[in-house]
Design a protein around this ligand. Structure first.
Ligand code: S3P
Length: 677
């Protein structure tokens, strides 16, 4: 392919994890990925409303939600509640566009099943990892039902699926142990007249069956004489209006990373709450217990048909075991993290029958092997079996290639927590597909995961820089330049108030009405800050009005503090600019600047800026507008604009942006040098 015509490269985010830590405390992890996908899909198949609490808001599940919307389902979110308005079995409609399933194999395969019994065509694509994964395993049974496929070589995405309105019920024995294939067929079966049956020789996760039961569909499970399981669904049911509620328990596959981290980091003691402990998902915990891990399931209970428990884990000296191939379906996603645990266990751990690992988000068998070897662990693969020799001391010190695989990235960040030298992963962005708050959560329990060291040579530890000043003083320009130069994260806090103003104005409401302003303030999120409308002059005016309300200020205070706290914790540091950063938001900032200029100089700057944007305004009205804003900012009851007592004041009336930058950067450098020498 012509290099120039390729899509622009995805931004990558390397992360490093340092050792010498213990994980302590209590936490929970985000909702179970498999259950979250299914809650949305089954919610779409009833006639009525399904409210879902605790849905995993990872990229994979968001892809499912988006695809269902394209197929005509109404899905909305309010705080932590997701609502699906079902269209009923047979009620989907053709998507106007290609369904982009991102990185998610589960979304793709299950939705292929769902759209098979419809007389329309659906186009599926995904990211590079998904485009390399085999789809024949679903194409074969769905073709028997009556769908037709046009796929890329090797039955890979992108593909077109032409469904049928005369689908046939099938009786299908799964050739691979795959919950995705089973679920695709059962989802198709919902809209096929008669009884669709699958037979599985090895049990795979049964969330689909549990949910079919919970939603009142006719599903039968029957153990056969040879020990295999037959699962049947009766299609095209008579449906009645009914509403449902689903509470998604926390994901055991995500909890696995924290559990192994606690087991291999001395002194750790961790309680992870509300984990789904469905027996078909907890093969890893069974294996770890066999390895001598101190793991207890407490407070076992059932939530929405799924067994749930709190899991207590303490640092343990592990010993090697042999993991039989028959356990693979109940821990298929956990081998990368088990391999990390095995690296610290006494003896050689054998993991047998891992062929399915080769067709996950990456060839995980190879990825794990290369990463272990790079970290100084003695490991080898023989056919589809993996052998790992443990040792109490692992060197680490490597950069691991993740190939956009979330589980490889998380597993080796955990490795870094217990190895002698830090472990870096080349790209941690894939973690957002299943466990968006992974590094923050680990860090809050004691881990040290961060972006690799800032590039600025004299900035060895994260700093927070607070910049305040009146409108058009040049504080934003300074903040951006410092952020870029020192590799710090940047938050223009003025844009938060602008976002509130924008929401009020575009909702046709009144910025000087407290209730309207608060309603907008409560719903701000980071994506609003990228909206180009924020720069409009009328939005600036609305921002100045809403920012005078103490209630609005305190509603946004936590957002700003959290931003500074997180960026310092991640090891990167931050610059925040606004009107009360040094005085209220970050009174402990390492550096505080107050940038000011005469009203006249600022009005001249703003006037020029507006003219540059092709906006014709008279100078006097710009001056008058700034005067009014200054007055509001300085006189408001809460957090009025003033320099912090320890702020470094720069009058920029006679300086250009480069001179202001040089003054502040010199001051930062001098202070850092003095404190580090
Ligand atoms: C899943 C099934 C498993 C698993 C995946 C989620 C599901 O895949 O690896 O993360 O939700 O059904 P296979 O069915 O391909 O084994």
């Amino acid at each position: 392919m012509d290099e120039d015509k390729k899509q622009p490269p995805r931004p990558i985010k390397p992360m490093v994890s340092k050792g010498g830590i213990a994980l302590k405390g209590e936490c929970t992890v985000a909702g179970d990925k498999s259950i979250s996908h299914r809650a949305l899909m089954f919610g779409s198949q009833v006639i009525g409303t399904t409210k879902i609490y605790g849905l995993l808001e990872g990229e994979d599940v968001l892809c499912t939600a988006e695809a269902l919307r394209s197929l005509g389902v109404t899905i909305s979110r309010e705080h932590d509640k997701w609502t699906v308005i079902g269209v009923g079995v047979g009620g989907l409609c053709e998507s106007l566009d290609v369904l982009d399933m991102g990185n998610s194999g589960t979304s793709t395969r299950l939705l292929m099943g769902l759209v098979t019994p419809y007389n329309f065509t659906t186009f599926f694509t995904g990211d590079d990892s998904l485009k390399s994964r085999p789809m024949a395993r679903v194409i074969t049974p769905l073709t028997q039902i009556g769908a037709q496929f046009q796929a890329r070589d090797g039955n890979r995405l992108p593909l077109a699926l032409k469904g049928t309105d005369t689908p046939l019920p099938i009786n299908y024995t799964l050739p691979v142990a795959s919950a995705q294939v089973k679920s695709a067929i059962l989802l198709a079966g919902l809209n096929i007249p008669g009884i669709t049956t699958i037979i599985e020789k090895e049990a795979t996760r049964d969330h689909t069956e549990n949910m079919l039961e919970y939603f009142g569909f006719n599903v039968q499970r029957q153990r056969l004489d040879d020990g295999s399981l037959s699962i049947s669904v009766t299609g095209q049911p008579h449906q009645k209006l009914a509403n449902y509620e689903i509470f998604v328990p926390a994901d055991p596959s995500s909890a696995a990373f924290l559990a192994v981290a606690a087991l291999i980091c001395p002194d750790s003691d961790l309680l992870i709450r509300n984990i789904c402990v469905n027996p078909l998902r907890i093969g890893l915990f069974t294996t770890l217990k066999e390895m001598g891990a101190k793991i207890e399931f407490l407070n076992e209970r059932k939530i929405a048909g799924e067994p749930v428990a709190d899991i207590h884990i303490k640092y343990s000296q592990l010993k090697a075991v042999t993991v039989p191939a028959s356990r693979a379906p109940s821990m298929i996603d956990e081998y990368p993290i088990l391999a990390v645990a095995a690296a610290f266990a006494k003896g050689e751990t054998k993991m047998l029958g891992l062929s399915e690992l080769r067709v996950k988000e990456s060839d995980r068998l190879n990825a794990v092997l290369s990463a272990l070897t790079a970290c100084g662990v003695s490991a080898r693969a023989e056919g589809d079996d993996l052998y790992v020799k443990g040792s109490p001391k692992i060197k680490g010190g490597a950069t691991v290639t993740t190939n956009f695989d979330h589980r490889i990235a998380m597993a080796f960040l955990v490795m870094g927590m217990a190895s002698t030298e830090p472990v870096t992963v080349d790209d941690a962005t894939a973690i957002a597909t299943s466990f968006p708050n992974f590094s923050d959560l680990c860090n809050s329990l004691g881990a040290r995961i961060s972006a690799p060291r800032p590039t600025h040579p004299s900035n060895p530890s994260p700093i927070v820089v607070a910049i305040d000043g009146p409108a058009a003083s040049g504080k934003g320009t300074l903040a951006r330049r410092l952020a870029e130069h020192l590799n710090l994260e940047y938050l223009d806090t003025g844009s938060l108030y602008r976002a509130v103003g924008m929401k009020v104005i575009y909702a046709g409401k009144d910025p000087s009405n407290l209730t309207d302003a608060m309603e907008a303030a409560r719903t701000i999120d980071i994506e609003d800050l990228a909206n180009p409308r924020l720069r409009q002059e009328r939005i600036g005016q609305a921002a100045s009005i809403v920012s005078a309300f103490p209630e609005v200020r305190s509603a946004l205070l936590e957002f700003q503090r959290e931003f500074a706290r997180k960026s310092a914790l991640s090891g990167r540091g931050a610059v925040l600019d606004g009107r009360d950063i040094g005085t209220v938001v970050c009174p402990d900032a390492n550096f505080k600047f107050f940038i000011t200029a005469t009203l006249f100089a600022r009005a001249k700057r703003r006037h020029k800026e507006l003219q540059g944007q092709g906006i014709e305004v008279v100078f006097d009205s710009v001056l008058e507008d700034l005067r009014e804003r200054d007055e509001r900012d300085e006189k408001r009851a809460i957090a009025p604009l003033r320099p912090a007592d320890d702020a470094y004041i720069i009058d920029s009336s006679k300086l250009d942006a480069s001179e202001v930058f040089k003054k502040s950067n010199d001051l930062i450098n001098k202070t850092i040098k003095n404190t580090s020498s």
